[in-house]
Design a protein around this ligand. Structure first.
Ligand code: 2HA
Ligand code: ZN
Length: 274
């Protein structure tokens, strides 16, 4: 007998299905790169743009759960979120079993899960929703937030010298021109804070005023972008630079790095922010 196919919110919704497929693709990369041990890292995507009336009328499949604070710009928004305690490598293969779609209620301080399964969203929901709330507030078209644990970049935050403002930005930019071009706002630094805390969330959005990618000291990175692939690409580019630096050091020398003049030239040629 043919197995009965479970109904999914993705059925007959190609735009939503594409967004979830991209999340799954990136989740696979994070696992392959060794950046996603156990349940490490999380992803949220603001999918409000591709939500139709039928979705808006879907009954919740969870209680109405408090967010612990109010996010004034998130009224009636929808997110696809990785589930808490779920593995990236499982999200890659079975996104709707390891993630869920949530709706922020009209009071902006609760959420309810609406599909496909009652999978509770990421433990870093506070920082993710703070980022989305901030992005909407400033009229940004960014829809995706990514948190992951890249080995090389996290290792660098164990050196206090690298935690000074823009030391890592300039070092990583100088390793390969692509990093200057494709991560043009550099890398913000956030001193160690308790994972999942509002303190970490607040520090993160403060840095987003100047950076698209921020380091959480001795923990990981958070990145925002128009879509999840773009957020991933920026972290991947920074990690490539970190690997070039570490490879040169392992060969026994301090890498020279491109000069300030060469970087300036790139900034002008690519019309990059200064
Ligand atoms: O989701 O990475 O920071 C697991 C984490 C928490
Ligand atoms: Zn983490």
């Amino acid at each position: 007998m043919k197995k009965k196919q479970m109904k999914s919110i993705l059925d007959n919704r190609p735009k939503l299905a594409k967004q979830v497929a991209e999340v799954a693709e990136v989740a696979g990369y994070l696992w392959q790169k060794g950046w996603a041990e156990r349940n490490g890292g999380n992803i949220t995507v603001n999918i409000t743009d591709v939500v139709d009336d039928e979705i808006r009328h879907l009954k919740p499949i969870s209680d109405c759960i408090s967010l612990g604070r109010t996010f004034p710009n998130l009224k009636g928004t929808y997110f696809f979120c990785k589930g808490t305690n779920k593995r990236m490598r499982d999200l890659a293969r079975w996104p709707m079993e390891n993630g869920s779609v949530i709706r922020i209620t009209d009071d902006c301080s609760h959420y309810e899960i609406i599909a496909d399964n009652p999978v509770k969203p990421t433990s870093e929901l506070a920082s993710h929703l703070s980022m989305h709330n901030y992005l909407i507030g400033k009229g940004s078209n960014y829809k995706a937030a990514l948190h992951t644990h890249p080995i090389d970049l996290v290792a660098m935050t164990h050196n206090p010298e690298f935690l000074k403002k823009d030391v890592l930005t300039n070092l990583l930019w100088s390793m390969i021109p692509e990093t200057r071009a494709f991560c043009p706002r550099g890398l913000g630094i956030i001193p160690y804070k308790m994972p999942s805390s509002f303190e970490l969330a607040d520090a993160t959005i403060k840095e987003l005023a100047d950076y698209d990618v921020v380091m959480w000291e001795k923990h990981g990175v958070s990145a925002v972008g128009e879509n999840i692939m773009e957020a991933f690409d920026m972290v991947d580019t920074l990690s490539k630079s970190a690997q070039i630096y570490l490879t040169a050091k392992a060969m026994g020398f301090e890498p020279e790095g491109t000069s300030q003049e060469q970087m300036k030239e790139l900034q002008v040629a690519f019309n990059l922010p200064g």
